[in-house]
Write a protein that binds this ligand. Structure first.
Ligand SMILES: Nc1nc2c(ncn2[C@@H]2O[C@H](COP(=O)(O)OP(=O)(O)OP(=O)(O)O)[C@@H](O)[C@H]2O)c(=O)[nH]1
Ligand SMILES: [Mg+2]
Length: 686
């Protein structure tokens, strides 16, 4: 089979908030197009795109899934993306390889936190967008309310292209305003062909058809002229103008239906073909130099059985099997044995894939998500996918001693699949920290470690990386002297400690040599510095590193036989400890900048809770039913925020945070931490 021409391809990401029916919609589209024989459901774990056992267990998508179908002589590649905040890496990567996005909304909930985020991303990438208002069969679903919310919160260029017939449990079908026909509820079967629009719909259809035509002709002067002269415009001309407008980001058609019953899929498929640009029309911004063959890897599936599968978009081609490409990042040659098309977890070998098409290849060596492979070494800058920063960390430990290496290897593999999942060692606390975008993401990683890499691990709240510093100047002198038979030990130094103001927010350390007249010889002075640095690693208050200190070495003495570097190191360390006690030492804690987005009716509760977490409110921005609260909160108080937020908002809230600066811990809190450290130290001694 020869490669599909770029003009005949549509690359579409299906994205939106958690649980709005994206996977069900992809399932219905595949079914309607005849790719499957029955409509799978998320409940039964029988959908094409949620094929992973963890997805089925949790009833949600955890990673992007690539599928394809044919409709009206066009090949439509669909990437079903996860809606959960924790799994947005795949969503953002998918948005790099498509021309269009179907933004799915719940007919009950309307525009939600992640709808707005995905929309913003799509806007940044200048992707064409179609909205699909789903779940119109549910109680309290209201197409027109959601349409209005989309116009208010996403763009006033959203315009209905379909209308529901009836509502909630009395929903019986939808009207296609472009082709002026209706589709009746197939109740999970294939949709029958187009039907005449029921008379009862005459008024709303007239009103919204006019709005649609107004919106379309406004983008096309020639059409506008004909329209104003009262000419009846044929659907082809309108569709054509619509596609131009959608391509130029001037219009966002709003479709609707019920994914779980397969209602609305014919009209949506028609819209994707007629109203969304092909790769030929929109092209890619990803660089590939003058390469004749080039692919961009947007997803890596680490399957324990088949090995690694890399999903790609063809940038330059066609790309065939039995080809060797090179990865300019590693300079390594990578062999493409067979070129595949994917249908969820199932793959099919094809001869070749043309420019703009999406496909996959198994068993590449050192390729990671984000790489561009080319047929000869050209200097290309791989596209930067701006992945979100991790917002939470857990300390991880293997349950069985000796599994540390296995755990690290497994987590490294999982990181290859999902770059937002990070494992690092906290240099201060020594803990292995697993960071991610949500608690769910981290928990899923733990599940996968178990099922895929056979390591059981435990998660704990991480230790807070406290620091210590001083508030005033102090001086001390220490003489270290030992006489043991033969050669003794002698070191003597006097130092002054003073607070060192932070530089660009960073607390530092400075050692200033103020020795005059060579009372300590040059060779021993760095040893004093070294001793002080060692003492600073564990402050006397809570064992946290000391920072923000300038040390002046002002005086001292040496012995011409007994002095040694070791003796001066010890003297330096002891002098520091003595001076430190008098320098008014204080405990510092990391302060995080937090952004929480919650439904308006929970703002009071969320603010009250932040207050009890020593949070300081910085601002509030309401936007269409949701409010974004900005606050500064000590890290120690927010280690386990996600459960609290879920219970306060019924799972509708969302947050992100990042490190801001260190601040002094209030006395009453510091006292508790200091006592706790003391207890732990004593216990450790016993
Ligand atoms: N009543 C009704 N239920 C639906 C409809 N579409 C999907 N559902 C159900 O809603 C739930 C979530 O559907 P999914 O398809 O998993 O939603 P999703 O957007 O893929 O979810 P994530 O991948 O977790 O973001 C499932 O229980 C579906 O059966 C619909 O149109 N009507
Ligand atoms: Mg899904």
């Amino acid at each position: 089979m020869p490669a599909t021409e770029p003009t005949k391809i549509r690359n579409i990401a299906v994205a939106g908030h958690r649980g709005v029916g994206k996977t069900s919609l992809v399932e219905a589209l595949l079914f309607e197009a005849g790719k499957t024989n029955r409509l799978g459901t998320v409940e039964q774990g029988t959908t094409v795109s949620d094929w992973d056992e963890h997805e089925q267990k949790r009833g949600m998508s955890l990673s992007g899934s690539l599928c394809h179908l044919e409709w009206n002589d066009r090949k439509i590649n669909l990437v079903d993306t996860p809606g959960d905040a924790g799994f947005q890496a795949d969503t953002y990567a998918a948005l790099r390889v498509v021309e269009g996005v179907v933004v799915v909304l719940s007919g009950v909930m309307g525009v939600e936190v992640n709808t707005a985020r995905v929309w913003k991303r799509a806007e940044e990438q200048e992707l064409s967008r179609v909205l699909f208002v789903n779940m119109l069969d549910r109680e309290r679903a209201d197409f027109f309310r959601v349409l209005e919310a989309a116009r208010q919160q996403l763009s006033d260029r959203c315009v209905a292209i379909q209308l529901p017939i009836g509502s909630e449990h009395e929903l019986t079908g939808i009207v296609d305003l472009l082709h002026m026909c209706a589709y009746m509820d197939p109740s999970g079967g294939r949709e029958g062909g187009p039907q005449p629009i029921p008379d009862s719909m005459a008024d709303p259809v007239r009103e919204h058809r006019e709005k649609l035509l107004d919106a379309v002709v406004e983008t096309d002067e020639e059409l506008m002229g004909r329209y104003l002269e009262g000419e009846e415009l044929d659907p082809h001309a309108v569709a054509d103008a619509l596609k131009q407008a959608v391509t130029r980001d001037e219009l966002y058609p709003v479709a609707c239906g019920v994914a779980s019953k397969n209602l609305g899929t014919t009209a949506l498929l028609d819209l994707l073909v007629e109203g969304v640009p092909s790769p030929a029309k929109k092209g890619t911004t990803i660089e590939f130099g003058d390469a004749k063959q080039a692919v961009f890897i947007f997803k890596t599936i680490a399957d324990p059985f088949t090995g690694r599968i890399s999903c790609f978009r063809v940038l330059s081609g066609p790309v065939t099997g039995d080809t060797t490409l090179v990865d300019p990042r590693t300079h390594a040659k990578e062999r493409l044995g067979q070129v595949l098309t994917m249908q969820g977890k199932d793959s099919e070998t094809v001869e070749e894939l043309g420019i703009g098409d999406l496909g996959a290849v198994a068993k590449l060596k050192d390729v990671v998500t984000g790489d561009v492979l080319v047929d000869h070494e050209v200097a290309v800058e791989p596209p930067h996918i701006d992945f979100p920063e991790p917002v939470m960390s857990f300390a991880v430990t293997p349950k069985a001693k000796g599994d540390e290496e296995k755990m690290a290897t497994g987590l490294r593999r999982l990181h290859e699949e999902d770059p937002t999942l990070l494992l690092r060692r906290d240099p201060q606390t020594g803990e292995q920290l697993l960071s991610g975008l949500s608690q769910m993401q981290v928990e899923v990683a733990v599940d996968r470690l178990n099922t895929r890499f056979h390591v059981e691990v435990e998660l704990h709240p991480p230790r807070v990386p406290y620091k210590e510093t001083i508030r005033k100047e102090a001086r001390a002198r220490h003489r270290y002297k030992k006489q043991t038979g033969g050669r003794g030990q002698f070191g003597d130094c006097a130092i002054v400690l003073e607070p060192l103001p932070p530089e660009e927010g960073e607390l530092g350390y400075e050692f200033v040599d103020k020795i005059v007249g060579g009372v300590i010889s040059q060779g021993y002075r760095p040893a004093v510095d070294k001793g002080i640095r060692e003492a600073m690693e564990h402050g006397e208050l809570a064992g946290a590193p000391v920072q923000g200190v300038r040390v002046l070495l002002v005086d001292g003495m040496e012995h011409n036989v007994d002095s040694s570097e070791m003796a001066f190191k010890i003297a330096g360390s002891m002098a520091f400890k003595e001076a430190y006690q008098q320098a008014d030492p204080v405990l510092l804690e990391p302060i995080m900048e937090l952004e929480v987005t919650v439904p308006d009716d929970t703002v009071g509760a969320v603010n009250g809770d932040l207050n009890s977490r020593r949070g300081r409110l910085q601002g509030m921005e309401p936007a269409g039913g949701m409010t974004t609260i900005k606050a500064e909160v000590p890290m120690a108080e927010i280690l386990t925020y996600s459960q609290a937020l879920t219970s306060m908002t019924g799972g509708r809230g969302d947050y992100s945070m990042h490190f801001l600066r260190y601040e002094e811990v209030p006395t009453h809190v510091a006292q508790k931490i200091i006592e706790q450290t003391k207890r732990e130290r004593e216990e450790a001694k016993v």
